[in-house]
Ligand binder design. Sequence first.
Ligand SMILES: Cc1cc2nc3c(=O)[nH]c(=O)nc-3n(C[C@H](O)[C@H](O)[C@H](O)COP(=O)(O)O)c2cc1C
Length: 204
Amino acid sequence: MASISSTLLHDGNLDLFRSDEEKGAGILFLDLVKKRTSTRRYSQIPVDRKDLDRCIEAARLAPSACNSQPWSFVISDDPERNHKICSSIFSGPYRMNRFAEEAPVLIFIKTERSRYSAMFGGLFRGTTFSLIDIGIACEHLVLQATELGLGTCWIGWFNEKALKKELGLSGKHRFDIVLTMGYPVRDNVPSKKRKDIESIRRYL
Ligand SMILES: Cc1cc2nc3c(=O)[nH]c(=O)nc-3n(C[C@H](O)[C@H](O)[C@H](O)COP(=O)(O)O)c2cc1C
């Protein structure tokens, strides 16, 4: 039997007694992908931690080079703390991302050490597998959020040093991405500006 859950809808009502199926598990994958968009305006409705955990679970199940799973997720869902962190990590040249302080949830993606096989393999190949791994995990996370009606935005432009200071972490730690999350103010999804499929696809 499908599980019953209770999450907040973006109109503020409790989403009681809707099964996973009813909540959109039946949505076609490509429709979910089309629905995901960068959300930069958020309502102040808090996000249920059960929903947050579901998003982290989607990230946890992501594939990674040598199954290194080189990630951890530091979550802040306290508006006051978010405001403080944002004024520190999005100041000066990073100001353009100040919209993030309106988001009820900030997720700081910590890049953890990969397995030696993935690190040496990457060095040999001239690539950084951990960044690919983080990218996949984050996209799992944001697509799960989309399914739950949540908006997200990837942020790569922030003061990493200031972030580590805010989190009380030393310089050796690495953060490559911040995700914002919350219920979008608007429901409409702007049309996607993307390269034409003909220009990116080549069958041999
Ligand atoms: C790795 C990465 C870094 C990004 N950094 C930022 C950022 O610092 N600020 C921002 O507003 N959007 C950022 N974005 C969002 C992109 O601008 C956005 O995904 C792109 O324009 C396509 O629009 P869409 O997400 O609405 O489809 C980033 C996206 C990715 C994948």
